[in-house]
Design a protein around this ligand. Structure first.
Ligand code: NAD
Length: 322
């Protein structure tokens, strides 16, 4: 299959590109490089630098590539930016999605996989939430992911698309951007490698479901393949996570020794001081976990990389580049 990966130069998108190429698919990328980087892509992959909200540019990319399927990862993905700039968030995440879906239909392409978010869709949940949990997004970003799924369901029904929405939990791993406000594993790795203490917001007892980037990429490859089996005209929404909760205090305690050991392996001694506590972030959910048993039965997907191993690999990746 030829697959167009929007946001393919970003953290998750670039892992998807790697996994698709490894499976023998042809891949092209559409990305405006606002948070992604050309360096995340292997040589030889066609990269179209374009904004998903630019109708003419997106149409041109579809006309040039004529993809069999679209894997839509491009988004404004910061919850806090969405709170500060809800209009910008909706422009990229809603209007950009509609633009991509219009171009998909116009190009005669009928398979779409969409990056949704289990981490923000269900709101506060203390047990792994199945897909049947009522949506309760509390941020503009969460609202755009929910609205995005509704648009996808509409386009599927109206235009006979086969669509899969993957509701990721908290994704972490190599290539995640450590400079933003999201991506706690990347942020802590970067800080500790600089010999600085991590800052834990509030008491740090905020429970999340951490899933490794390459596991999420594999879920996308399986979802693209499943568009052969899923009935046309429908949207299938699937959680992608581990169902295992880890709070930020526990997470930091795993990252600190992993960073020290990754630095030591490269002949460097870093201080890795214990964490400091900063103010709580207003609106942070106390607990959020997803139940991915439906993805196991529909896609045969299960997470393969346990958290300590994923953290060790991530620390090594950041240590190599420190
Ligand atoms: N990281 C997570 O924990 C997580 C969880 C749930 C869902 N998601 C979703 O997964 C997807 C990928 O996120 P990520 O963590 O890899 O973030 P990322 O910022 O690394 O990737 C997003 C990519 O989209 C590109 N992009 C942004 N705006 C664009 C625009 N207007 N036009 C074209 N390209 C644009 C960026 O340059 C970047 O390469 C996003 O849709 C995000 O909402 C991520």
């Amino acid at each position: 299959m030829k697959i167009l990966v929007t946001g393919g130069a970003g953290f998750i998108g670039s892992h998807i590109v790697d996994s698709l190429l490894a499976e023998g698919h042809a891949v092209a990328v559409l990305d405006d490089l606002s948070t992604g980087s050309r360096d995340n892509l292997p040589a030889g992959v066609a990269l179209h630098v374009a904004d998903i909200t630019d109708t003419a540019a997106v149409r041109q990319v579809f006309a040039a590539e004529r993809p069999d399927a679209v894997c839509h990862q491009a988004a404004q993905m910061s919850v806090s930016r969405s709170v500060r700039e809800p209009l910008f968030d909706a422009q990229v995440n809603c209007l950009g999605l509609i633009n991509v879906l219009d171009a998909t239909v116009a190009a005669g392409c009928s398979r779409v996989v969409f990056a949704s978010s289990g981490g923000v869709l269900y709101g506060e949940v203390t047990h792994p939430a199945p897909e049947s949990t009522p949506a309760n997004p509390v941020s503009p970003y969460g609202i755009t992911k929910w609205v995005g799924e509704r648009y996808l369901a509409f386009y599927a029904a109206e235009h006979g698309l086969t669509a899969v929405a993957l509701r990721y939990a908290n994704v972490y791993g190599p290539r995640q951007n450590p400079h933003g406000e999201a991506g706690v594993v990347a942020i802590f790795c970067k800080k500790l490698l600089a010999g600085q203490a991590s800052t834990i917001n509030g008491d740090g007892r905020y429970v999340r479901d951490y899933v490794y980037g390459s596991d999420v990429a594999r879920a996308n490859v399986l979802a693209l393949a499943a568009t052969d089996r899923c009935p046309p005209g429908t949207l299938t929404s699937l959680n992608i996570g581990t169902g295992i909760g880890t709070d930020v205090v526990e997470l930091e305690a795993l990252i600190r020794p992993a960073v020290a050991s990754a630095a030591r392996a490269r002949g460097r001694a870093v201080a890795t001081p214990p964490p400091m506590h900063g103010p709580a972030r207003p609106g942070d959910l106390r607990s959020n976990l997803v139940d991915a048993s439906l993805a196991a039965s529909v896609l045969g997907w299960r997470p393969a990389v346990p958290l300590p191993e994923g953290i060790a690999r991530t620390a090594e990746w950041f240590a190599e580049r420190a």
